[in-house]
Structures are given as C-alpha cells and as structure tokens.
Design a protein around this ligand. Sequence first.
Ligand code: GDP
Length: 310
Amino acid sequence: MSLRNIAIIAHVDHGKTTLVDELLKQSGVYRENERVAERALDSGDIEKERGITILAKATSVTWGDTRINIVDTPGHADFGGEVERILNMVDGAVLLVDAAEGPMPQTKFVVGKALKVGLRPIVAVNKIDRPDARADEVVNEVFDLFAALDADEDQLDFPILYGSGRDGWMAPEPDRPDEASLAPLFDLVLDHVPAPAVADGPFRMIGTILEADPFLGRIITGRIHSGTVRPNQTVKVMDRDGKTLETGRVSKILAFRGLERQPIEEGAAGDIVAIAGLSKGTVADTFCDPQVDEPLAAQPIDPPTVTMSF
Ligand code: GDP
C-alpha cells in the first residue's frame, strides 16, 4: 500500500471540516448504518464518549491502494510555530479558498508557512455553489497572493480544482459535471503530492504533537524519518542539543485510520504515528533507536504551544 501525507489549509469557515467529512464518506470510511453526524475534525465529543483520544485533528482515508494521512493545521497566527512543525510532516497541501470570499488573512498566513516549508499546494476553489461565487477572480487573487509570498515557479504553477465540499464534488472546471464526486481531488493528490521520502537507518522521528491521553498517558505524534518502530521496542529520547532525556519502552503505536486511531504492530518510515509509553519526550525532541547519537534538526518552537486533550 502506498502513502501520501497532506495538510488541508484554509481560512476559518472556508469549508475544511465539511470537505474532510465528504472525503471520509466517499472513500468508504463510514459504514452505511453509521451516524455521520459527528464531524471529523471536530471530534471532541466522540473522544469524550469513547474515552479515547482522536485529537491531533488528523485522519486518514484510503483511495485505491493508497492511504492518505490528512493533518489539520490551526489557521491562526498565534500557532505559528505549531503550524510550521505540522506542515513539516507532510509532502503536500490542499488550499481551500471560498469562491466568493477569496483569500483571507488566515489564507495568507498558512500559505506563507506552506510555501516556506517547500510545499506545492493544490488550490481548491470551494463553495462554488454560492450564487456570489467569482471563481476566476479568486484564482487570480490566489496567484497574486502566492507571488507576493515569494512562491517559486513550481509553487506558482498550482493545479486548480473547483467545487463544493458540501455537495461532495470537485472538478477541473467550475461547472458541475454530470458525474460529480471528489474523485478528481483524490486523483490529483495521488498525482501531484510525492510519496513520503524516507531516509535509511534505524528508527528516528521528531516529536511534533504532544497530547495526554487518560488511558495511555503521554502520546507523541510525529512522522517517522527512518526505520520502524514496534510495541515494546526500546526508544531513546534526545533533546535538540543531543542530550538523552530518557530511554524507555514503547507501549503502544497508534496510526490514523479513518476517524480513529488504531493500534498497529509496526510504524514504518514515512508514516505519521502516535507513540505511547515514554514519559519525557516532547515537541521537537528526537525519538530514536538507542544507537542513534545525533538528534534530527527540528523547527524552532515559537511560541511553545503544546496540544493537550484534557
Ligand atoms: P471550516 O471552519 O473550514 O472547518 O469550515 P466548515 O466546514 O465548518 O464550514 C463552514 C460553513 O460553510 C458551514 O456553515 C458549512 O455548512 C459551509 N460550507 C461548507 N462547505 C460548503 C460548500 O461547499 N458550499 C456552501 N455553500 N457552504 C459550505
């Protein structure tokens, strides 16, 4: 099975949550009799109900034989450091822009971060069903925004889809096709976003999101840089200066599967996983095989935000 890691980025209310719900539906994550009332990226209540942590606002969908990990990013400038760290875990981004509103302040903020970490966003002009939609103008505004943010040639040459997340379709032209679905978006992600590059060597991962789970304790999420990790494996935690903070055993490895996190037997390089069992490591620390002695280069923590689930 192949893999893609993407972020969906947007100004608040431009339709991220609605789109991810539709992606989950159309990739068959919801069983037919399952209530779809819960919204994927707003899963606080389901978490409480089931006593598990879904948090980290990430999910995964399967399209053909490819699993697509989708991470959410806070749109707000208060989370500057966190946004950059999260965007460093992915290889592509889907930028949603409201077809009537066009780019807004948070669009500018997240696009700036995405371009800076080298992503080549796919632009999805969303809510095209709105009577006041002005698709062509909005595309020009997005182009101007990219240019103003010093996008390089590849980034400026962004692929564009138009559609309505709410109505469950995206297409290469603004007109709704007869057979409307999100397949063009899934296909474009597979085509445009590279598979995660993996380095050689033993297990290494930078901690990116820290949470506390009522049952599992401290959970650290990150993208595996190299090697593999399994439950019971001994893992060393190093800070950014290479100082060892702890050497301990992994109790559980969780991966995103649809709306939930499921325990897995092995996390492999390129995948984004959550690891439980270590009591000290935090964001920007390196989690690795005990034989590793150099920490991975992490993004600066600015400001030091930590995501806690309770
Ligand atoms: P988020 O803040 O980016 O997660 O945005 P939401 O998904 O919560 O959507 C914000 C609002 O826009 C909600 O009222 C949605 O029903 C509405 N919305 C989402 N997608 C569409 C769409 O394709 N067309 C229209 N007209 N409204 C939409």
